[in-house]
Write a protein that binds this ligand. Sequence first.
Ligand code: DDQ
Ligand code: CA
Length: 267
Amino acid sequence: MPQRRPCLRPFAVAALTAALASACAPTPAAPHAAAPVYSYKVIARHPHDPQAFTQGLIWKDGFLYESTGLNGHSSVRKVELASGRVLQRTALPDEVFGEGMTDRGDQLLVLSWTNGAGYVLNRADFSFAGTFQYPGEGWGLTRSADTIYMSDGSAQIRLLDPATLRERSRIQVRDQGRAIDQLNELEWVKGEIYANVWQSDRIARIDPKTGQVRGWIDLSGLLRQHGSGGRGADVLNGIAYDAQGDRLFVTGKLWPDLFQIELVPPA
Ligand code: DDQ
Ligand code: CA
């Protein structure tokens, strides 16, 4: 009987393993590891006004505050979470396409898309408290303890001084060197900026110092699989974070639902 030869000799195995390892290893030139993609779990579903073209969404002192867009329909609202009921509302001028919103002390700051001006409202009664100017478009707004962050549809996020609302600096948002633009509604969540990417089901988790994308949240199927039905819904837009309750809320433009979600890390 001929002697059977092992199909692979040890040195051949070692060489093959080494070759495979080098073929599969990340290119050393890559500046950062690929950002992890989180999926989601729906914790709760609440009604949302399907006429609200959501542009800004925040959680403050037990209520949602929402700004809406579309000329002639732009508004600022105070909303009860569980019922979706609009408790208070003011209209923005017809020529204004409302955009992102954040709070500053007892005030709300609301952007307009292309008017180059934003509105300051008193949060208690939605009375008018002034305007502020900025170059270019206004899309999203959020804030940390000492900085206001503003998106404008590009891959840059502007850092504004909360007192003067003047620009201090900008960060360039990148994922592994690729600029990520269309950054829309924003939310400050535990030291990161979450940003809806317009016309996608994704939220980028951005390092506010470097602009580096630290992760993605893929919300595909959220409305289709977990929603209450209905037609005419537009894109995902609207992130609010309740820091005290550690609750994350998301909705979309003209969506009939608002969801509380939890992130599920990649397996
Ligand atoms: N932006 O919010 C992403 C900055 C702009 C959204 C523009 C959506 C246009 C919708 C127009 C519908 C007209 C009935
Ligand atoms: Ca927000």
